[in-house]
Design a protein around this ligand. Structure first.
Ligand SMILES: O=C1O[C@H](COP(=O)(O)O)[C@@H](O)[C@H](O)[C@H]1O
Length: 233
């Protein structure tokens, strides 16, 4: 089984940011018009920053939008490693400053990600399903969300029959412990985008599409939701 993969390539990163931001805003707007609200789960890291800045300026009814993360580094929000901090300073600004935000980091359990899973999982479940939009990124090691190669809970996280909405993840390449939505929760969306930049990531994606065993391959192999890949050099 393979996902339907639609590839969108752009001459430069600014053009990509503009096109993807407008596409995502249109999906959120359609969800608000159809159901009165919209949910979006976004990735962290560095790649989405410019696109988030453009998305934040789109004129939709952001007061009806809830934003959450697909994964988080288990660090407090004052850390420059915090995905929540990055999203707050890029996406939750301008027009989008009135959106609701559900973080995955839980300060009540700041020293123990595993102790937080039940509470955070309930909050994620309370968002309802499916998401309207999920935005994935990909690291240079082929991880997406916090599905890291060699991760201690990788098999559970990628289990399409798994019932846990969130799992912890520790891996050599991950830095600090992580929390991540599970693969079935990531795929439980009306629209799924993979945003990658640079020739190295394009090559890696090509290898994953050809069958190489990177974690991102699990997103490309499923048949639950098509994947729209946005790439610029
Ligand atoms: O650690 C993470 O890395 C990936 C990729 O980040 P990038 O900086 O290479 O774009 C990101 O998708 C994920 O959300 C984040 O936690």
């Amino acid at each position: 089984m393979n996902a339907k993969v639609n590839r969108h390539e752009f001459a430069d990163r600014l053009t990509l940011a503009d096109k993807l931001a407008r596409e995502v805003a249109a999906k959120l707007d359609a969800a608000i018009k159809a159901r009165g609200k919209a949910t979006i789960a976004v990735s962290g890291g560095g790649t989405p920053k410019v696109m988030f800045a453009v998305l934040a300026e789109q004129e939709i009814d952001w007061s009806r939008v809830t934003v959450t993360l697909v994964d988080e580094r288990w660090v407090d929000t004052d850390s420059d490693r915090s995905n929540a901090r990055m999203v707050s300073s890029t996406l939750l600004t301008h027009e989008a400053r009135v959106a609701s935000f559900l973080p995955l980091f839980d300060r009540a359990h700041k020293d123990d990600v595993d102790a937080a899973l039940a509470d955070v999982g309930k909050r994620v479940d309370a968002l309802g399903s499916p998401f309207d939009v999920v935005l994935l990124g990909m690291g240079p090691d082929g991880h997406t969300a916090s599905f890291f190669p060699g991760g201690d809970h990788l098999a559970e996280a990628l289990d399409l029959a798994g019932k846990q909405p969130v799992l912890s993840m520790r891996a050599e390449g991950a830095g600090e412990p992580r929390i991540t939505l599970s693969l079935p929760r990531v795929l439980d969306t009306r629209a799924l985008y993979l945003h990658i930049e640079g020739d190295d990531k394009k090559d890696l994606l090509g290898k994953a599409l050809a069958g190489a065993d990177f974690p991102i391959a699990a997103v490309l192999k499923q048949d639950r939701v098509p994947v729209d890949v946005y790439w610029a050099p």
